[in-house]
Write a protein that binds this ligand. Structure first.
Ligand code: GLN
Length: 558
């Protein structure tokens, strides 16, 4: 086999910067949704990165919203926010957690965004005289968005995950764009991985290949022959099944990759490595395998995760608890923080709508830590306030995120400062004590999509605070997604009564962190720390919160 000398593919820009010439890997899904395309894409990227290839992942979403920012979490899970302030699909969270590199708006494109661009171009007269059509105008815009990442010159390999399932009406233009890109680039520079399901029929005692054959057939109808099959399965694929899949789906025998169910998503890169997915991909792309993947740190993380020496119970108080994906990044940040402390973190959801002063002891009494989650609107707010009061009075470690932080300010205003009607103007616009108010630059905003305070902002920490101790430095940057803020007119009253602002934005003076004195660990943050927690860098505030919970548990068991 002839391996391309990869370095010689790259070019040097006028400024002397090495511009990498990327290869493209497309990931499609067949048979059913929820097979974990995002995790497989992230695992492959991790393996390629661990072999020394600079890799990024992009998600193309076939819905018509311009971004998921306007979607209820019940619809599509959490909205993930990038450094540059893009509201994106939660799969980008997996990409960052696995690769430990930031993503951006370019990493997530929806059908809505594609159409918006094409329609705006049409209005500007860019296609004057032409009928604007799905092919070529929409497909060209899809290809342009895919190439944008590659043309940055930063990546050796761009992995593009096509949302939805092959055969859906919505994903057809994307598959067509993939077909065209493969034709344009050739099969050494662009390959397709098809993630599919091989179900086990208990009654027949057999694994079934037919659904996979049919889904590959739907891909072929659009002209795309997959190069690699990744097969989700409950039972190992024997040699016969592998041969059958290879033969009928027209792929090389080594390109049938088993993806067996595992207990944690963080095992998937190792399972994919065992199946040689990375080697098969590099072989098809005619790239050298370079070094063996360096996965020592990853394996160490997994060991600590799977061999805990202690345990804590954390209450996650929120109103979207029916759908675990609504708090995806928070749950994953707990996994990272648990591993960092070699502690099993049992996160239990507690529905804020059903917490009352009468039942709060029964609902939250046994927990070692209480986290009040982000959110919007008044539903469940009184229950969240009750949870904050309980944590503050009972001296249970407390972590409030975004709305959770705002609730801690409202609760303190009501129960410590004695302003029984203290509130956020989001819930009660006429309150006498708007301790949380609409940000000045939000007052003119009328459009809903992409108009919150979004993305990374700087924050200065007070020495001696819990936050400072956690980060170990005074200047940090964190990601935001909100319209309301701590009302600085109340700052002095709060500080005197024992709640201080320990994190402040250096440019605007906006209060980003509150802490309560005389409490083992009570921290509310206006930003979303969970978005920056990765396997390689567990978030320091989550790590410290778990440590405080471990201390409480240790103390109470003595
Ligand atoms: N609803 C609050 C605001 O807009 C909090 C938002 C959040 O929790 N992400 O400020």
């Amino acid at each position: 086999m002839i391996w391309a000398n990869f370095e010689s593919r790259n070019q040097t820009s006028l400024q002397g910067v090495i511009m990498k010439k990327p290869k493209y890997v497309f990931v499609t899904g067949g048979v059913t949704s929820s097979l974990g395309k995002g995790i497989v894409a992230a695992s492959l990227a991790k393996l390629l990165q661990a072999r020394g290839y600079s890799t990024t992942i992009q998600k193309l979403d076939p819905y018509i919203n311009v971004d998921p920012g306007t979607l209820n979490p019940y619809e599509h899970g959490e909205c993930y926010v990038t450094e540059d302030g893009a509201e994106t699909d939660l799969d980008l969270g997996h990409y960052e957690r696995y690769l430990n590199t930031p993503t951006s708006q370019a990493n997530n494109v929806t059908t809505g965004r594609i159409y918006l661009t094409v329609i705006e171009n049409e209005r500007k007269g860019q296609y004057l005289g032409k009928t604007v059509q799905v092919i070529p105008h929409i497909t060209d815009e899809i290809k342009r968005r895919i190439r944008l990442l590659g043309e940055s010159g930063e990546y050796d390999i761009v992995i593009t995950e096509i949302g939805g399932t092959v055969g859906d009406i919505e994903s057809q233009p994307y598959i067509e764009a993939v077909r065209q890109m493969r034709w344009e680039l050739g099969s050494d520079d662009a390959i397709v991985i098809h993630l599919t399901l091989v179900p086990y029929l208990a009654a027949a005692g057999e694994l079934k290949t037919k659904p996979t054959q049919h889904s590959v057939k739907s891909l072929l109808e659009i002209g795309v022959q997959p190069d690699i099959l990744v097969c989700r399965t409950e039972k190992p694929l024997n040699a016969d099944i592998r041969r059958k899949l290879a033969l009928f789906c027209n792929v090389t025998p080594n390109a049938v990759i088993e993806s067996i169910d595992v207990s944690t998503i963080y095992e998937v890169p190792l399972v994919m490595q065992k199946e040689k997915l990375d080697k098969v991909v590099l072989g098809k792309l005619k790239l050298s395998t370079k070094q063996d993947p360096d996965l020592e740190a990853w394996k160490d993380f997994l060991f600590r995760l799977q061999h805990p020496t202690s345990e804590v119970n954390i209450a996650l108080v929120g109103k979207y608890v029916e759908l675990p994906d609504a708090y995806k990044s928070i749950n994953e940040a707990f996994v990272h923080a648990g591993a960092a402390n070699q502690c099993r973190v049992n996160v239990r959801s507690v529905h804020s709508e059903f917490i009352t002063p009468e039942n709060v002891q029964q609902k939250l009494g046994g927990f070692d830590g209480i986290l009040v989650a982000p959110g919007f609107g008044s539903r469940g707010i009184e229950g969240k306030l009750e949870a904050v009061r309980f944590a503050r009075e009972q001296k249970i470690p407390f972590f409030g995120i975004c709305l959770g932080m705002q609730c801690s300010v409202i609760e303190f205003g009501r129960n410590v400062l004695g302003w029984s009607n203290a509130h956020s103007s989001e819930m009660d616009p006429d309150t006498e004590h708007a301790v949380i108010g609409l940000m000045e630059d939000q007052k003119q905003v009328t459009q809903k999509g992409g108009t919150m305070r979004l993305g990374a902002y700087a924050c200065n920490l007070s020495k001696g605070s819990h936050a400072y101790k956690a980060y170990g430095k005074a200047h940090i940057s964190e990601r935001h997604r909100h319209r309301y803020e701590f009302n600085n007119a109340y700052k002095d009253a709060y500080e005197k009564a024992g709640m201080s602002l320990t994190g402040v934005n250096p440019d605007t003076g906006l209060g980003e962190i509150v802490e309560v004195k005389d409490h083992p660990w009570f921290v509310g943050v206006q930003f979303h720390p969970e978005l920056k927690s990765t396997v390689a860098n567990p978030h320091p505030l989550f790590v410290r919160f778990i440590r405080a919970a471990m201390e409480l548990r240790g103390a109470s068991s003595k």
